[in-house]
Ligand binder design. Structure first.
Ligand SMILES: Cc1cc2nc3c(=O)[nH]c(=O)nc-3n(C[C@H](O)[C@H](O)[C@H](O)COP(=O)(O)O)c2cc1C
Length: 258
């Protein structure tokens, strides 16, 4: 009677039960670890773009503590230590864009980066020098490329105008074409470029190469070959995030204070 149908179903049920218990227990127990890994992934990107060398003998969290994190109110340009009940370490401004109490929809004629909703409050990272002055700021940026939104960070000097680094942590652009936004040489070509000229955003990714004798070359970055649309997306996100709805009020405030 060892081969009865009931017994077969019973064994199958038991195996399923054990497996589902193993899967659900590991999913639950690894959730915190996954959250920490994702957070560390972003922290590494922020450290890299800030030009902080990542040391293998220290935890990411320890090294990240060299940076100050602040909330920024985009409407006033003011920095804040507190925002509602959010823990700044865990505050995810992209989640805020999904909540109409925490974000506002960008009018279509102003939505050059095609972000649709902009969070009311963002999060930025500050690196200070030994005297306590702002050495660098790391600012999150995002905008539409050809296939989807590119998410990244740009680092600027304490003059609030000179780029010291740019990086993307997520995008859907084509490898070898738009995905060349990850190319180190291209990213290096941003270093030293200026964002504003006479208080207007001037920095753009051009089509083709920037001529060495171009008097405006400080405001221009080489295009990515075969990826004009991605390049335009990057230019648009620079224009949006350094414009009035983005960080320009904050940068004016900081410039005024320094
Ligand atoms: C399969 C495929 C993938 C492409 N991926 C990109 C991309 O990631 N970014 C981009 O700007 N253009 C991409 N393009 C090219 C665009 O369709 C368009 O032709 C291009 O942006 C024009 O740029 P160019 O003037 O530099 O050639 C892709 C084209 C094909 C056929």
């Amino acid at each position: 009677m060892n081969e009865s149908v009931l017994k077969t179903i019973g064994v199958a049920f038991f195996v399923c039960l054990v497996c589902s218990l193993i899967v659900s227990t590991s999913a639950v127990s690894l959730r915190d670890q996954q959250k920490e890994n994702k957070l560390n992934d972003r922290r590494i990107k922020v450290l890299e773009v800030a030009g902080i060398e990542i040391k293998p003998d220290q935890t990411v969290a320890e090294q990240f503590s060299k940076l100050e994190q602040k909330f920024v109110n985009f409407d006033t340009g003011l920095l804040m230590d507190e925002y509602k009940n959010f823990d700044i370490d865990e505050y995810d401004q992209l989640m805020s864009t999904k909540d109409s109490n925490l974000s506002s929809s960008v009018p279509q004629n102003e939505d050059i980066a095609i972000i649709k909703n902009r969070e009311n409050v963002g999060k930025i990272f500050i690196l200070r020098d030994n005297l306590g002055n702002i050495d660098k700021l790391v600012l999150p940026i995002r905008g539409y490329g050809l296939w989807g939104t590119l998410y990244g960070y740009i680092a600027i000097k304490g003059d609030f105008n000179t780029v010291t680094g740019i990086t993307y942590y997520e995008h859907k652009e084509t490898p070898g074409l738009g995905a060349e936004v990850d190319n180190d040489d291209w990213k290096d070509s941003w270093v030293g470029k200026k964002i504003y000229q006479n208080d207007e955003v001037a920095l753009t990714v051009i089509k083709g190469k920037v001529a060495s004798d171009d008097p405006s070359k400080i405001y221009k970055v080489d295009g990515l070959s075969g990826a004009t649309i991605t390049g335009r997306g990057v230019s648009n996100m620079i224009a949006y995030w350094f414009g009035n709805s983005g960080y320009s009020k904050l940068l004016q405030e900081l410039d005024y204070e320094s």
